[in-house]
Design a protein around this ligand. Structure first.
Ligand code: G3I
Length: 345
């Protein structure tokens, strides 16, 4: 029998399998009492969704502003929450003014930002997305690397450079390479999984201190397959390399689902459950974080609007911060998650 606490809190259910459960959040979320209460009840780790990004800190490149990030760090430490840092180098979070700088200027600015940020919070974070979304098969490179200002300025060694700097500045933090689109059942996703394995092998050979693969896990109900042999094989190879995994930005878009709320919520819940069951069976998962807790604020409303115009219902709590079937599905998956390696042979 599960004790009451584990049934009523995602962080307690996660703790039963030595896992952390959390969410992405912004300082604006903390203005909502019900949402803050839900975060404190259900989460043991939080990820700044935007305010720890380079472009958010360096709106004015000459005057980095860490006030919002500091507020999130204080909220976490006051409430004994771990923090997953997101993200140091990401091509979509480069301060606009730097987009037109010389490669020398860009290199200096990118290293300054990484050093200043890692130094400011050294010892205070559970983990860091040091580099986010390094792969883009469509860019046509043999190594699959995305063509970004980091690649142009540093060359393919930019990943090694970032991780070595990060490791020197915060030896305690779990250093994560975070990627999107590794979860899907498409030829493109399979190509990206192969390129990710080759990248991880190359970096491992160089001694790049990547400890963990971040799998964003932005899923779509009625598209994400219930079972997924290619993903299972991929996760097994990641584990065989000695790498742990963090599920970093989990949500389930319902844009393909019928309008009926009960049907949508059931399809979304099933998608969460099947995906987490598979991940726990095949990977050494450290933490599961959803990208928001309540349907009241999700990036999917702008990124994946439903054809019928109804607001998306991709998360675990509804807009009134009440539990949905997805909350129960995730709680059950966390409670029952078989740990890879502990799998009954
Ligand atoms: O809050 C500021 C506002 O003060 C300012 O006036 C305005 C000016 O543009 O920006 C507002 O910030 C917005 C921020 O979200 C906070 O809501 C930014 O415009 C907007 O670009 C930002 O979008 C975030 C996006 O990453 C880009 O950073 C989304 O919230 C966030 O969900 C999304 O998350 C990404 C992950 O980092 C990486 N993986 C994909 C995922 C979804 O795109």
């Amino acid at each position: 029998m599960h004790h009451g606490l584990e049934k009523s809190s995602l962080s307690s259910a996660a703790a039963r399998n030595t896992l952390l459960f959390g969410t992405g959040l912004c300082t604006s979320d903390l203005l909502s009492q019900p949402l803050t209460r839900a975060i404190l009840r259900d989460c043991s780790i939080v990820t700044p969704e935007y305010e720890l990004k380079w472009d958010a800190i360096c709106r004015d490149p000459d005057l980095p502003d860490y006030s919002a990030a500091d507020q999130l760090m204080s909220f976490a430490s006051d409430n004994n929450l771990a923090v997953h840092g997101h993200t140091l180098w990401w091509h979509e979070a480069v301060p606009p003014l730097l987009g037109t700088s010389s490669e020398d200027q860009f290199r200096d600015a990118a290293l300054d930002h990484l050093r200043a940020t890692m130094t400011r919070y050294a010892g205070q974070l559970h983990s860091w997305d040091v580099v986010n979304e390094p792969l883009e098969p469509a860019d046509g490179r043999a190594d699959g690397l995305r063509v970004t200002p980091f690649l142009s300025a540093f060359g393919p060694d930019y990943i090694e450079t970032a991780f070595r700097q990060a490791s020197a500045l915060d030896p305690k933090a779990v250093l994560v390479l975070n990627e999107m689109g590794l979860e899907y059942a498409s030829p493109t996703a399979e190509r990206k999984r192969r390129q990710m394995l080759a990248l991880l092998e190359r970096e491992k050979t160089r001694g790049t201190p990547i400890a963990c693969l971040g799998i964003q896990s932005h899923l779509t109900a009625l598209e994400q397959p219930r079972d997924h042999p290619d993903l299972r094989a991929f996760l097994r190879e990641v584990r065989a390399m000695g790498l742990s995994v963090m599920i970093t930005e989990l949500d389930v878009s319902d844009h393909l689902c019928p309008q009926d709320r009960r049907q949508r919520d059931a399809l979304v819940a099933e998608t969460y459950r099947a995906y987490l069951d598979l991940a726990f069976e095949e990977a050494d998962v450290l933490a599961v974080s959803t990208w928001g807790l309540s349907d009241d604020r999700t990036w999917l409303n702008s990124f994946r609007p439903r054809p019928d115009g109804a607001p998306q219902r991709p998360l675990l709590l509804d807009r009134a911060v009440r539990r949905k079937p997805a909350w129960h599905a995730v709680r059950d998956a966390l409670l029952n998650g078989r740990r890879a390696g502990a799998r009954i042979q």
